[in-house]
Design a protein around this ligand. Structure first.
Ligand code: TRP
Length: 368
């Protein structure tokens, strides 16, 4: 019997932050390494998803390659035959399966997807703002179709169907996704069940429900690195100034400075208290990650410290030396080895995906 499949996609990105690294990439690579004996692990770059919202297209290639290099610098083994690394657009079955699934998906169900509602509303509003027109508060899908004619694409609307194809083509059972993606996973289960019933055969493996996913992967321990300037919001690349955000591409000195000027408080006490001292707690969490401790252990180390200068300097030093080491590993990554791995994986993935696609093509009458 073939192995069960664990599958996840991480979007192409040129400016990853230490929040992305410690919150998503490193746990994903560690998971791949520990599970690859028992499971087939598919890690892919969903490049077709990249422009469901507007992007700079001349930066897409470098974004894809930056991600692949970061995975390798973070310890992803390229010599493990059961870990597959591939680009979605290099397996054309993803697009074709999406079209077929589209025709069995209700417009209404799609229009209720919360991520679409949020993202389309933001896009529509920023477009309206540019025109000086009045902002919409309702779901633009309900309000008026005209306002979603501009920046909001059918691709954004269709995002979950492509995601379902990503998962179903390989019969993946375990799909680690963040909270913002759980609705898409439920949708994937839904459409798989619907087609299996309609055609009265097991066309698709049904992925495990969200509850089982959490039990399998361990529910996210609330690891969120916050913005250094505004520690009540998540560290995010979309922050305009970049002052509160540490990018993997920052020079170590730059990052050191950002930590030194992080917002704190006037409590004069280094304590883990996210309510009252979010800035200090965030620094403790960062310090813990870099020195391989939990935030609680880091807090114990600094207990009783009343002046923030030394503490901040220790955090800043650890951030600086992390970036020095990480950037050295990144510079050592061998692109030729990545290319070889992609070639082998993409060939295997095409074979697996085409098998599922052919069954579906037969079921719907496209093939004899
Ligand atoms: N939507 C995911 C995200 O934004 C990326 C993604 C695309 C994905 N296809 C997937 C994740 C399939 C898991 C499985 O993070």
């Amino acid at each position: 019997m073939s192995k069960q499949v664990i599958l996840t996609g991480i979007r192409a990105n040129n400016d990853l932050t230490i929040g992305n690294y410690f919150g998503a990439i490193l746990p994903m690579i560690d998971m791949a390494k520990t599970r690859a004996d028992e499971f087939q692990v598919n890690l892919f770059v969903p490049d077709l998803h990249s422009f469901t919202t507007p992007i700079k297209h001349d930066e897409l290639q470098s974004g894809i390659w930056n991600n692949l290099r970061v995975f390798v610098a973070a310890g992803l083994p390229l010599d493990q035959p059961d870990i597959h690394i591939y680009r979605q657009s290099y397996v054309p079955a993803h697009s074709e399966m999406t079209w077929i699934l589209d025709c069995f998906t209700g417009f209404g169900q799609m229009a209720r997807m919360t991520q679409f509602k949020d993202k389309s509303m933001k896009l529509a509003n920023s477009e309206l703002q540019e025109k000086g027109a009045q902002l919409v508060k309702a779901n633009p899908g309900d309000a008026s179709l005209e306002i979603i004619d501009g920046a909001v694409s059918v691709g954004l609307f269709n995002y979950p169907v492509l995601m379902a194809a990503d998962i179903l083509l390989y019969g993946a059972t375990f799909v680690p996704v963040g909270d913002d993606q759980t609705q898409h996973l439920e949708f994937t289960r839904d459409i798989a069940e619907r087609l299996n019933n309609k055609f009265n055969q097991e066309l698709f493996v049904i992925p495990q429900p969200v509850k089982e996913q959490h039990a399998f992967f361990g529910k996210d321990q609330g690891l969120r690195i916050m913005d250094l300037q505004d520690p009540t919001k998540k560290m995010s690349k979309s922050d305009e100034t970049g002052k509160g955000v540490i990018f993997l591409s920052d020079t170590p000195e730059e990052a050191h400075k950002k930590v030194m000027s992080a917002a704190t408080d006037s409590e004069a006490n280094v304590r883990l208290d996210w309510e009252k001292q979010p800035g200090i707690s965030n620094l403790l969490q960062i310090y813990g990650l870099l020195t391989r401790k939990t935030a609680e252990e880091a807090a114990a180390e600094w207990e009783g410290t009343t002046s923030y200068g030394d503490f901040k300097k220790a955090v800043a030093d650890s951030v600086r030396s992390f970036l020095e080491q990480f950037q050295a590993s990144l510079a050592d990554v061998d692109d030729a080895k990545i290319s070889q791995k992609l070639e082998v994986s993409e060939k295997t993935m095409n074979a697996q995906a085409n098998e599922t696609l052919l069954n579906v093509q037969r079921a719907v009458g496209l093939r004899a």
